[in-house]
Design a protein around this ligand. Structure first.
Ligand SMILES: [Mg+2]
Length: 235
C-alpha cells in the first residue's frame, strides 16, 4: 500500500522558468531609468514597492508592472514621460506573453507518476496569468486539480486538503520555495520535497532558524522524485 496518494506541484520555477523573466525585466527597467538615476537604489525601491503592494495587488506580473510604474514616478520625482511609462507597460505585457519554458525532466517525471498518484498543481498569483501558463505549458492534462491561491500558508493548504478530502499524511508538496511550498506544508503534518531553483525572489527566502527542525526532503532534480517516493512505501 502506498502512503502518499496525492502529489502537488508548485508551478513557477518548479514546473517552468519564472523568476529569470522577472530578473530580466527588472534589468530593462533599470536601463529605462538610466537617464534619471542609476544604482541599487532602483532595486531597493522597486522591491519595497512590490512588498508594500502585495496586500493590494497580490502576486504576479500585473502587480509587478504597477510597482515598476510607481517606483519610476517616485524616483524621477514625476519626470518620467508618458512614453517611458508605456514602455514599462509593454515590458509587463511581454512578461505575460513570454513563452513557457518547461524545466528539464518535468514532463517525463509527471508522466511516470500520473498512473500511481493523483497529481495536482498549487500555485499562487494572478488567476488569469497562471491559468494561461498551465494551458500553454501543455502540462494541464496530467493534473486532476489546479489550485490557484492568493497566498501559500498553513491556512490555504489546510483549506485545499479539506476541500479535496485529502489526508495530510498522504499528501506531498513539491516546490522550489522553502517559505511557500515547504514550511507551511510540514507545519500541517503533510510532506514536502524542496527542489531548489538557481534564483529565488528575496521575498521567498527564509532564515536558517525557520527551517531548523522541519522535516522535509531535498532533491537536486525532479527526475529523482519517483525513487524518493518509493521510500514512502509501507510494507
Ligand atoms: Mg515556485
Amino acid at each position: 500500500m502506498k502512503k502518499i496518494k496525492v502529489i502537488a506541484f508548485d508551478a513557477d520555477d518548479t514546473l517552468w522558468v519564472n523568476e529569470p523573466i522577472f530578473t530580466k525585466t527588472q534589468k530593462e527597467f533599470k536601463t529605462l531609468l538610466e537617464p534619471y538615476l542609476t544604482g541599487d537604489e532602483i532595486d531597493t525601491k522597486l522591491y519595497n514597492a512590490e512588498i508594500r503592494n502585495l496586500r493590494l495587488f497580490g502576486y504576479g506580473v500585473k502587480g509587478f508592472m504597477l510597482s515598476m510604474i510607481e517606483t519610476a514616478i517616485e524616483l524621477t520625482q514625476g519626470k518620467i514621460t508618458g512614453s517611458e511609462i508605456q514602455r514599462i507597460i509593454d515590458l509587463g505585457k511581454e512578461m505575460i506573453e513570454h513563452p513557457i519554458e518547461v524545466l528539464p525532466n518535468v514532463e517525463e517525471t509527471i508522466k511516470l507518476l500520473q498512473d500511481q498518484y493523483e497529481l495536482m498543481v498549487i500555485t499562487k498569483g494572478d488567476l488569469f496569468d497562471q491559468e494561461s501558463k498551465i494551458a500553454r505549458s501543455g502540462l494541464g492534462i496530467y493534473f486532476s486539480k489546479v489550485e490557484i491561491v492568493s497566498e501559500k500558508n498553513e491556512q490555504s493548504y489546510l483549506n485545499i486538503i479539506r476541500k479535496n478530502n485529502i489526508i495530510a499524511d498522504e499528501f506531498i508538496m513539491i516546490g522550489n520555495s522553502l517559505k511557500s511550498d515547504i514550511l507551511p506544508v510540514c507545519k500541517i503534518g503533510a510532506h514536502a520535497v524542496h527542489i531548489p531553483f538557481h534564483v529565488t525572489w528575496a521575498h521567498e527566502l527564509v532564515e536558517t532558524h525557520q527551517i531548523e527542525g522541519v522535516a522535509y526532503q531535498e532533491l537536486a532534480d525532479i527526475s529523482l522524485l519517483p525513487e524518493l517516493l518509493n521510500q514512502f512505501l509501507i510494507v
